[in-house]
Design a protein around this ligand. Structure first.
Ligand code: SAM
Length: 237
């Protein structure tokens, strides 16, 4: 790892679980956060949307977003919680100089993680999203919040992502699997060169695939909701 801090590796959290594309979200939330936690989340994330006149929290099912073939590899839209993004970035902050780094959310949906990342001093904040509907909602959200000069959503299948020199922090909330995942991770790994890049992987159901491309440097479980997050760094080119 570089000149800065090495992240602690806690207990293993790659549980072999599958991405959850089907269960009703309200049920998932109550199971994960408990009734009180779900109510809290309602306040910090759902009412927040209402107060700020944006649309980030409401999930969108695969059948609405993708045709049946694409939906085999692409996971539905479920937003990160503000707390989860905040915890993950706070955890990584001692390791990376954020002011010189671009934050990149791969599979950025309605832009929730972009909004959360704007609270940190990143050089730029960019999301790549394959669904036109979600991409447009994301940019509309950023405009409404006055964040359009700090952050943007780009419409792109992440299998074809071009990595910029300063793209140093990648955030993936389990957006896809299969070939798309391999192509995307390979592009990040190959872009590495002499620069170290960091990957934050939320709900790491495919940790084994990520480890083929990157070195695992930390595993954390953040509260509330036991949110499992793995941290990786690229290997020297
Ligand atoms: C679980 S959501 C995460 C949303 C956002 N990153 C967040 O944390 O709030 C996964 C997102 O990945 C998007 N996605 C799926 N396949 C993709 C692909 N091939 N390229 C880009 N985005 C994709 C989905 O449309 C969805 O918005």
């Amino acid at each position: 790892m570089n000149q800065r801090h090495r992240l602690p590796i806690a207990t293993g959290n790659a549980s072999g679980k599958k991405p959850d594309n089907h269960r009703p979200m309200a049920w998932v939330l109550v199971q994960k956060y408990g009734v009180l936690g779900a109510l809290q989340l309602l306040w910090t994330d759902v009412v927040w949307d209402f107060i700020h006149r944006v649309d980030t929290a409401k999930p969108v099912s695969n059948s609405v977003l993708f045709n049946a073939d694409d939906a085999k590899e692409q996971n539905r839209y479920v937003a990160s919680t503000f707390r989860a993004v905040h915890s993950a970035l706070t955890h990584l902050q001692p390791t990376v100089n954020f002011t010189e780094a671009n934050f990149v959310d791969i599979g950025s949906g309605k832009g929730k993680a972009l909004i959360a990342a704007c609270r940190f001093p990143f050089h730029t904040v960019t999301g790549y999203e394959v669904s036109e509907v979600l991409h447009e909602i994301a940019n509309s959200n950023l405009n409404t919040l006055g964040l359009q000069h700090r952050a943007s959503s780009r419409l792109l299948n992440a299998a074809h992502i071009d990595i910029q020199e300063a793209d140093l922090v990648f955030y993936l909330f389990n957006p896809f699997t299969g070939h798309t995942l391999n192509q995307c991770l390979q592009r990040i790994a190959e872009a590495s060169g002499t620069k170290k890049r960091y990957v934050i992987y939320v709900n790491p159901t495919e940790d084994a695939v990520y480890r083929q491309y990157f070195t695992l440097i930390g595993e954390q479980v953040f509260q509330p909701g036991d949110v499992e997050v793995n941290f990786y760094e690229t290997r020297p080119g």
